[in-house]
Design a binder for this molecule. Structure first.
Ligand SMILES: [Zn+2]
Length: 155
């Protein structure tokens, strides 16, 4: 079940997507001329289907055609997996921040931390280890870094 919320704040339209991004994805049209940026909050995206992904990319393309800048924020791990699969590019959209999945080496708890992409780029994707909030053990990145961040070479 997908929920899309939207609100406007001084020339910026903010969309928050929650749940499975599928064929039911639909974006309200932008009021002509009054929005110059669209920000997507993708923290609660749990899955991206083939159809949903196509609709999302089409939206990015439409925004580029309308000369509206698009910013993706808080990309959840399923969203990042989707970005990694895209071969056609993102129509100039910017990825501002994303969630990085961690797991604890001791208790196997699954965790996630939010990073700004610019910070990760400056750190050359060296992700610091985290302390597991459940057991105090050391938690590291789940995936191979080069795979998880592959999308950023296509931005
Ligand atoms: Zn732990």
């Amino acid at each position: 079940m997908l929920k899309v919320e939207s609100r406007d704040e001084g020339g910026v339209r903010k969309f928050a997507l929650r749940g499975s991004v599928d064929e039911t994805l639909k974006f309200d049209a932008l009021p002509a001329g009054s929005v110059n940026e669209v920000r997507f909050d993708l923290r609660e995206v749990t899955r991206v289907t083939g159809f949903g992904g196509k609709i999302f990319l089409k939206q990015l393309q439409d925004l580029q055609n309308q000369k509206v800048s698009a910013t993706l924020t808080n990309c959840s791990p399923p969203m990042v997996d989707f970005l990694n699969l895209v071969t056609s590019g993102f129509s100039g959209a910017r990825v501002e921040s994303l969630l990085v999945p961690y797991s604890c080496s001791q208790c196997r708890a699954e965790l996630a931390a939010t990073f700004e992409l610019a910070v990760l780029q400056r750190a050359k994707f060296e992700i610091p280890a985290m302390v597991c909030p459940k057991c105090g053990g050391s938690a590291g990145l789940d995936d191979e870094t080069s795979k998880y961040f592959a999308f950023q070479s296509k931005l």
